[in-house]
Design a protein around this ligand. Sequence first.
Ligand code: FAD
Length: 458
Amino acid sequence: MPAPELAEIAAYASRRAPGPAALAAFTGDLAGALHPDRVTTLEAARLAASRDGAYLSPLLSAVLPDRTADVVVRPTGTGELLTAVRLAHEHGVPVVARGRGTGNYGQAVPLAGGLVVDLTGADRVIEVGDGWIHAEAGATFVALEAAARRRGQEIAMMPTTVGSTIGGFLAGGAGGIGSIEHGWLWDGFVLALDVVTCPPGDAPLRVHGRNCLPYLHAYGVTGIIATATVRLAPARRRTAVLASFPGAAWAQATGAAQAMLRLDPPPRLVSLDDAALVETYPADPKLPSGRLSLRAVVDIDTVSEVTRLITASGGRIESVAEDAIGYVSTLAFNHVTLRARKARPDLCHLQVGGEPLVSDPDAVRACLPGAMLHLDGLRNHLDPADPVRGRGFGGLLLSEFRDARTLYDGVDRLRERGVHVIDPHTWELGGPALPGIRAAAAANDPLGLLNPGKLPAA
Ligand SMILES: Cc1cc2nc3c(=O)[nH]c(=O)nc-3n(C[C@H](O)[C@H](O)[C@H](O)COP(=O)(O)OP(=O)(O)OC[C@H]3O[C@@H](n4cnc5c(N)ncnc54)[C@H](O)[C@@H]3O)c2cc1C
């Protein structure tokens, strides 16, 4: 498996299309066309707009930090975004869209320099309807959830980085809180998008339903999302349950967690940690030392059944508290990597899935040195006739990082054992959606100016 190479980055740097004079002309035109306050070339601003959550990866953080935007623009709406992209196209300047920069694969790092479009200034919630919300790309999940709740609804699905933007999540994320019931980004969550192509038309391109797919988890190489309409669900009153199991009771804990995934209504979040992983979190009596930690955000009406399932499997309830929902959300998905690496910078993560995580955890852990498992509940196959089918686990494997060779040998061993591994240590797009993304990028960005370096060579 290829690990990111410095030489590859150098190749993008040498393709940095415009020279200093051309960049100066572009910057002047941009500042003239928009309010000058929206455009900056200050070094601190360019550096801040060129970093993302890639620091979670020891491999990416070794090679990415010195790539920096030449200019940053912060449009306040679709009109300014269209103008900025039109000018970038005219001047041949690369364009990288950006939300809050929490993506953790280096997706938002401008490998070829050029223009970074910071969309956090275009953050209006435009309209809330029955089952949907329409917002500008820079709207955060905190704002979206608040707007939905005012109408008795909630976001069907969102990342644990609730301060991140809807545009950044659709272009760079995958799933999270709510995915047990509603699946992933690709599972009907996105109803419509307004997309700015390069060159743009007079107005963004409007796409609906399945035509949104080439823009999802595409890192902005197929177009810049100006607004998005995504699915809402009826709001539920929820609480957070924190429980623990004896350190060796993985089978009992996963059994209880699996039964919780089948509840109606299902939990919004279910997470399970190895006891050794719990030791990396800040001390908390609700995360007792030496024990597995099972945490969930559940419908308030299911608390007694959740308690019964946990205690019948040999677990212990540590706490049930509505005000712990936010805390439990920051002990799920890649927040686990963030917390674990704060305590132990020697750790490195892999995104993993598949039956062996539940049925043969010792064999999975044996694939890498000092490996520890974290599971999150997810729904993998949406079947309207059987809403429970497909509910299972994905997760993280954290192990001691020695070198890339040791890591990728371990990845090979995991795959031989039937573990599905997604490599979080590359900025390149991949997976089954790649042909569709490639075709849309060719049509929407013939000069290849949108986030260069993220679409691998055909
Ligand atoms: C601690 C931690 C926990 C995380 N938990 C989750 C999780 O639970 N689930 C999950 O899916 N992800 C998770 N992530 C990854 C990331 O936080 C989310 O995907 C987040 O929603 C990205 O939003 P952002 O605004 O930060 O996007 P950015 O990081 O700014 O951008 C992400 C990508 O999208 C592109 N982009 C940004 N805006 C646009 C736009 N308007 N149009 C086109 N392209 C655009 C960028 O160029 C980049 O390639 C986590 C990351 C961290 C560090």
